[in-house]
Design a protein around this ligand. Structure first.
Ligand SMILES: Nc1nc2c(c(=O)[nH]1)N[C@H]1C(S)=C(S)[C@@H](COP(=O)(O)O)O[C@H]1N2
Ligand SMILES: [Mo]
Length: 321
């Protein structure tokens, strides 16, 4: 199980405490004063530590609900795994916030059980099923995947879930089915950003049927050995590790097989910037920034070259020939 390390004062990522300039000045200030390590922590680390213990407390009930699973050793990553508390406090979940460091604080009233998922559209056996009944029927495995947001941040996380293919084989897509369209819950009383009616709620994403049937495509119900906490998209979300993070839709209520290409949320908002395919590619810059490099949360100051298909070309390149 993840061994949780409370970051020391000077290791706290600037994005969780203060703007980078202030952070750097603090370090310089400490250095100028000639304060040795230990003293500096007690002087400057306290706010960050209080934040961390709140985040630990928020996570605890989810950590306590372990999920039995097999480890799939075929999917491990040479990079170090992201600390659980880091991943759980840096999230993209527009239903709750357009920021990333406050999502975990805003999901308190988001109840993710009981929860039903409907699988419908062009299938032989449509179904509507309670999330925990679904989990009981599915072969749960842990896979450590690289995850890459279109904004250039990245992480390495042990997801727990089952291949989407297993579920699709159960419902049996009809021959006319060409795409899978997934939809997030809608509840503006809980997810306050859904009151902003300039955005096309609810969040929708889609894959081609071939992408959905690929072995890498996971429906994820847990992380770090336990059920998903709400900020990661509980109780069930998609993970497609060769695509930019916005494809990995959270808190799914509906999976629909269709013959029409779904209009995905970000493509509706900014069609020039976000496409349907959205495969990770260092050679195709976003209109407003380069995609050549990425950084691993929380270290914005260290960058790595972006890999084509996020390093998963051997599994998926054939889909795009
Ligand atoms: N419903 C929904 N799903 C979503 C998003 C969102 O705002 N709403 N953000 C996406 C983006 S841009 C990213 S990078 C990932 C972030 O997942 P994480 O917070 O678990 O790291 O979720 C994706 N899924
Ligand atoms: Mo993202």
């Amino acid at each position: 199980m993840a061994n949780i390390k409370i970051p020391k004062g000077w290791e706290i990522p600037e994005n969780r405490v203060t703007p980078e300039s202030v952070y750097i000045n603090r370090r310089k200030f400490i250095k100028d004063l000639g304060i040795a390590g230990a003293g500096a922590i007690s002087l400057f680390g306290s706010t960050a530590c209080a934040q961390d213990s709140k985040a630990e407390k928020q996570l605890k009930p989810y950590r306590d609900q372990k999920l039995e699973h097999k480890k799939n050793e075929a999917f491990t990553v040479a990079r170090p795994q992201t600390e659980e508390i880091i991943a759980a406090t840096y999230n993209n979940f527009y239903e709750f916030s357009s920021g990333k460091t406050n999502v975990w604080k805003l999901v308190e009233r988001f109840k993710t059980r009981p929860w039903e998922v409907e699988i419908s559209g062009l299938v032989e056996n449509p179904m509507k099923i309670d999330i925990d009944d679904l989990i009981k029927q599915m072969p749960l495995e842990e896979r450590i995947y690289r995850f890459r947001c279109v904004e250039t941040w990245a992480m390495v996380v042990p997801w727990l879930g089952f291949p989407m293919k297993v579920l699709l084989d159960k419902v049996q897509p009809k021959d006319e089915a060409k795409y899978v369209r997934m939809t997030t819950f809608m509840d503006p009383d809980v997810a306050f950003q859904q009151n902003n009616n300039r955005l096309p709620w609810p969040y929708v994403e889609g894959l081609t049927l071939a992408e959905a049937m690929n072995d890498l495509t996971l429906l994820v119900v847990g992380v770090y050995g336990h059920i998903l906490p709400p900020q990661h998209g509980a109780p069930i979300r998609l993970i497609v590790p060769w695509k930019y993070g916005f494809k990995s839709i959270k808190s799914i209520v509906s999976i629909e097989l269709t013959d029409k290409k779904p209009r995905n949320f970000w493509n509706v908002i900014l069609p020039r910037e976000y496409g349907f395919e959205a495969n990770v590619n260092p050679n195709v810059p976003h209109p407003r920034w380069s995609q050549a490099k990425e950084w691993l949360i929380p270290r914005r100051d260290v960058s790595y070259p972006t890999r084509i298909y996020n390093g998963y070309g051997e599994f998926v390149a054939h889909l795009y020939k």
